[in-house]
Design a protein around this ligand. Structure first.
Ligand SMILES: NC(=O)C1=CN([C@@H]2O[C@H](COP(=O)(O)OP(=O)(O)OC[C@H]3O[C@@H](n4cnc5c(N)ncnc54)[C@H](OP(=O)(O)O)[C@@H]3O)[C@@H](O)[C@H]2O)[C@@H](O)CC1
Ligand SMILES: Nc1ncnc2c1ncn2[C@@H]1O[C@H](COP(=O)(O)OP(=O)(O)O)[C@@H](O)[C@H]1O
Ligand SMILES: [K+]
Length: 493
């Protein structure tokens, strides 16, 4: 688990590292920019490409100057520096790197407030204008310059954070930000990189280690963290020699209606492949032939389930929200006493009847996508706002809320909020959420706690997608992912 820290805490981590390593501030900048350059060289291997490094006059600008010098030392032959002198205030680290650059044979253009931007012929722009020191949206001449640069549609690689983008405060949708193809960021991704609004500003990001004091970072007060593979490895138990189907629990899936039987099949298939000992799917009779044909390992259930024999329940995929579906949900809420995952239409029914929502047992897992989330908890002005809501609701109702997205967010009853980084846009296809529900219920049935099942389930789901993408899938069918998950778990051994 890696804590996500704010811009202020990052500054404190810089200061702590400087004081305790010890290392000078400019030495830390040198280390950061060397890490940047290593990643940059992987992205842009052609040494003769024209590169313009746009620098501000603070430490992000200081980074830009150091990067220009380091690229030049690594035989990039067409590097120039453009300093946007929107203010006459410079940082000492900027000054020191400016002196170093002046000793080299690098073209340096200083643009002052009443100057026009010169024509730009470089193919690559490095954005080192402003970083985490941003304290207000861009305005005046700086905004004009960045608007002009955006209009050039060059390939832009930003240092640490795109100019004009706040790291952790909500960003105004219409404020000017320097649009980046790639952000090479220091030590940790910033919170806002993980939220969908960032797509307006940046296409991708890579975090590079700059040797900030990790002990200090992990001790920062933060309720936000990234899930790491090692966290999931700690969760997984090996299947024992004398284990049998009874060891791995019995999953109950209540899902599907005539038009959406596939949702039930996908949930059940993922559940099987995640190692549930037994799986029973309560589906309408119209789905029986499909179930028996496609998934002979799964038992079909009709009528009233014998609730006590099941270890875990998943309810909702493709279930519909008509009166019989409501009756089924009410019946489950009244009678089932084991761990539950509520998905899709179960969430929609909970949203339309808050008295039902209040019956959801503590430690249950809810897996809404954003629309289901807003139906449950009301509309939100932005994703930062959604995180606050899920944190509050998870705490108050003692639930595990899994808000699905590119980076799925998991809020725990403790108030901690985890971001999952596995997954790929190749997974953006129908039925993928049903598969996640099947994975989670299988983990619950095997005796993993709700927190473990949610975290490991989300991680595995995305990891299976990554594995398939590496095998050459540009789009992944949910049923392919449901198959892959068994191999993904195997790879964990
Ligand atoms: N050793 C270290 O410390 C390391 C630091 N590192 C690097 O430092 C970066 C942070 O640097 P930074 O704090 O100097 O801030 P930066 O983003 O360059 O801004 C400069 C100044 O601009 C101003 N300003 C703010 N908003 C504005 C606006 N809208 N329009 C106009 N001006 C505005 C504001 O000045 P003020 O308004 O307060 O006078 C601000 O102070 C960080 O992202 C990373 O790249 C790494 O090298 C690792 C080691
Ligand atoms: N761009 C993406 N990157 C990573 N994962 C994605 C992406 N788009 C969708 N997913 C994943 O696919 C699943 C979609 O869930 P959901 O919207 O409920 O699908 P459905 O209702 O079709 O089953 C979620 O787990 C989500 O995280
Ligand atoms: K920047």
């Amino acid at each position: 688990m890696q804590k996500i820290i704010t811009a202020t805490q990052t500054r404190q981590a810089d200061q702590f590292t400087i004081a305790n390593e010890p290392i000078s501030s400019v030495g830390l900048m040198e280390r950061a920019t060397k890490s940047f350059v290593v990643k940059f060289m992987e992205e842009v291997p052609a040494k003769n490409i024209m590169i313009a490094v746009y620098c501000g006059t603070g430490n992000n600008g200081g980074d830009g100057l150091a990067i220009a010098r380091l690229l030049s030392a690594r035989n990039y032959t067409n590097v120039k520096v453009v300093i946007l002198q929107h203010s006459f205030k410079t940082s000492p680290e900027f000054d020191e790197n400016f002196r170093s650059v002046q000793k080299l044979n690098l073209p340096v253009h200083i643009i002052q407030s009443d100057d026009e931007l010169p024509a730009e012929t470089s193919e690559i722009i490095i954005d080192a204008v402003l970083g985490s020191g941003l304290n207000k949206p861009l305005e005046g001449i700086l905004k004009q310059w960045i608007d002009q640069l955006n209009a050039l549609h060059k390939k832009v690689i930003a240092v640490d954070i795109p100019t004009g983008m706040f790291a952790d405060e909500p960003n105004q949708a219409d404020s000017t930000k320097f649009k980046a193809d790639l952000v090479i960021t220091f030590q940790r991704p910033k919170l806002n990189f993980l939220l969908p609004e960032s797509a307006l500003v940046m296409k991708s990001w890579e975090a590079v280690d700059i040797g900030l004091d990790e002990h200090f970072i992990q001790s920062c007060e933060s309720e936000l963290a990234l899930i790491e593979e090692k966290d999931i490895r700690l969760i997984f138990k090996k299947r024992e020699n004398f284990s049998h189907k009874g060891t791995f629990g019995h999953s109950l899936i209540i899902a599907g209606k005539d038009e959406t039987m596939g949702a039930a099949l996908l949930t059940a298939e993922a559940c099987l492949n995640t190692g549930s000992g037994l799986t029973t799917a309560f589906i309408p009779p119209s789905g029986l032939i499909a179930l028996n044909t496609r998934l002979p390992e799964v038992m079909a259930g009709f009528g009233e389930p014998g609730w006590q024999k099941y270890s875990a329940l998943a309810i909702g995929p493709g279930l519909g929200t008509d009166d019989p579906a409501v009756a089924v949900l009410k019946n489950a809420l009244k009678n089932f006493r084991g761990p539950c995952v509520f998905d899709a239409d179960a969430l929609n029914m909970l949203a339309s009847d808050k008295s039902l929502f209040d019956l959801v047992p503590e430690q249950s897992i809810l897996t809404p996508h954003v629309k289901e989330f807003d139906r449950l908890f009301g509309s939100h002005k932005n994703w930062n706002h959604r995180i606050k809501t899920m944190q509050q609701e998870a705490r108050e109702r003692e639930l595990i809320i899994v808000l699905k997205n590119r980076y799925t967010i998991i809020a725990l009853p403790t108030g901690m909020v985890y971001f999952n980084l596995t997954g790929t846009p190749a997974m953006a296809s129908g039925g993928m959420g049903d598969v996640l529900t099947g994975i989670i219920v299988a983990l619950l049935a095997q005796g993993y706690s709700a927190i473990q099942a949610a975290m490991a389930g989300v991680y595995l789901h995305g990891k299976a997608g990554n594995e398939l993408e590496e095998l050459g899938y540009s789009v992944i069918r949910a049923s392919e992912l449901a198959k892959q998950v068994s191999k993904t778990i195997f790879n964990f051994k």
